[in-house]
Ligand binder design. Sequence first.
Ligand SMILES: NC(=O)c1ccc[n+]([C@@H]2O[C@H](COP(=O)([O-])OP(=O)(O)OC[C@H]3O[C@@H](n4cnc5c(N)ncnc54)[C@H](O)[C@@H]3O)[C@@H](O)[C@H]2O)c1
Ligand SMILES: [Zn+2]
Length: 396
Amino acid sequence: MKQMQRVSVRPRGRENYEIEIGANALDSVGRVARHTLAPHARRIVVVSNARVFSLYGAGVVRDLRAAGFNISHWLMGEGERHKNLRTAERALAFFSACKLERTDAVVALGGGVVGDLAGFAAAVYLRGIPFLQVPTTLLAQIDASVGGKTAVNTRDGKNLIGAFHQPRAVVISTETLSTLPPRELTAGWCEAIKQGAVGSRRLFEQTRRFLIAERMNETARSLERTHGRADELAGLIAAQCSFKAKIVADDEREDVGRTDARSRRILNFGHTAAHALEAITRYRRFRHGEAVGYGMLVAAEISQRLGMLDASELESLRVCVRLAGRLPRADDLDERALLRSIASDKKSVGGHVRWVLLERIGRARIVSGEQIPPRVVRCALRAALAANSGDKSEGN
Ligand SMILES: NC(=O)c1ccc[n+]([C@@H]2O[C@H](COP(=O)([O-])OP(=O)(O)OC[C@H]3O[C@@H](n4cnc5c(N)ncnc54)[C@H](O)[C@@H]3O)[C@@H](O)[C@H]2O)c1
Ligand SMILES: [Zn+2]
């Protein structure tokens, strides 16, 4: 019997909830729903997409039915472009058709796209009904499902309409990662490295150690087939969730005035350049996490050039990003277009980009773009984008 890990999330002024993590955690969805929903909750709508539902839907539905719920499922299209108001409206119409009541619930089964959309629909239906997250991508497990942000995209940008709505529980089955495409894993690992880099050296090391062992086991290909490491993976995901939960509990709504080393804003490490990389390639070349892989290197190169970060720390980060997997090339991109896009980053405050830089692995510092000479940003960008693009080694 594999061990189950538990992480408590304590959002300020809101009810606590638990994240349960284990190799076979999908078998616990019914129990968790029974335990966390009101005793008279009867109906649940499982929101997913066709790919994920075909893999894991039947088991989850069976488990929820066995726990006494009346289950319907609603599948959205696959991919970011479906995370919009039109899809949300269709989900809401389905909830109405199922006569979901205020104490009934929504279960989001899928990656961050499904989680954000289902969470948003649950947040606005009847002004908010309970929902459970069952994330099935690494990124959603360590990042998107923790923190209560739900959103849809508009034509003007990503996540522009949304709500804070905390789930009643999060159930994470590491087994689901065995079917995840390698690029999605790489993207998730980059966000995991990010959380370690700004969170603690210990978390960074734990992530790095796991990745080293993973690369040594490459022939086994999938995470779950790497014998006996399921508990280690669950432990790592628990540590990652616990870090994110702590940051979020302290700064749920991302106070723009905060610039300290524990504000939610530090989670944007690597995101300033990442958003620019995604934007100038029209969101077609990189998975978001892959762009964050490069973005972290850009921020760390800047930190080192400003004399904040030791060269050996920069090197550790470089090595770790390489362990996450091969990134699409980036050394052919138009540098000027990238710099322009960085300057217009939507997370800027008062017209200035706020860079999340590193003092060391495990400690971030927020620095206004005004304080960084443009030459430093340019050189850092060049160095970072060349770093992994040059790595054409086989094996991932
Ligand atoms: N709410 C937050 O705090 C937060 C944080 C980070 C990201 N996000 C959002 O998350 C989204 C990205 O999430 P994502 O990276 O999980 O992408 P995603 O949801 O698009 O999933 C990636 C792909 O993997 C497939 N998939 C999912 N689980 C699978 C499995 N177990 N096996 C095989 N295939 C599987 C999906 O169908 C999809 O094609 C973005 O919309 C982003 O804005 C939200
Ligand atoms: Zn991100």
